[in-house]
Ligand binder design. Structure first.
Ligand code: ZN
Length: 135
């Protein structure tokens, strides 16, 4: 079962909690046991599973990434559309997460949230694809 929804982003770099939307899709799928794939078909965004309760984690995460991959460096791709850092971050973070489903619920840890990582925003529409599969 596949469902797509869109997320609007409002900053150049931003983490957006999508746990509620994904949990809803899993519950509505009627699938009790299996797994859920959350995938984003974009080359300058990513998906992570991490803490959303303390918003400082989001800031710390983006700051740490910026240290490793500065926004501007001598990137060749910046001559094309000036977003090489966003592509590199997206490639390192990855475009998907797989989460086990048990008794109709996502088996997330207490402090795990499903978050979209925007690295080249703001964008009016980031597509998120969610598939729920039976065991
Ligand atoms: Zn580009």
């Amino acid at each position: 079962m596949e469902t797509t929804f869109t997320v609007a982003t409002h900053s150049q770099e931003e983490l957006i909690d999508m746990t509620y939307e994904v949990r809803d899709i899993v519950r509505n799928s009627g699938i009790k046991d299996g797994f859920c794939i959350v995938y984003i078909p974009h080359a300058t965004a990513g998906i992570i599973l991490n803490e959303s309760a303390d918003p400082n984690i989001k800031t710390d995460f983006l700051r740490a990434l910026d240290k490793a991959i500065p926004l501007h460096s001598n990137y060749l791709h910046d001559r094309i559309d000036n977003n090489a850092a966003a592509h590199i971050k997206s490639a390192i973070i990855g475009a998907s997460a797989t989460i086990p489903v048990k008794d109709g619920n996502l088996e997330l840890g207490t402090w795990q949230a499903i978050m979209l990582c925007e690295f080249d925003g703001p964008r009016s529409s980031r597509r998120v694809i969610v598939q729920v599969h039976k065991d």
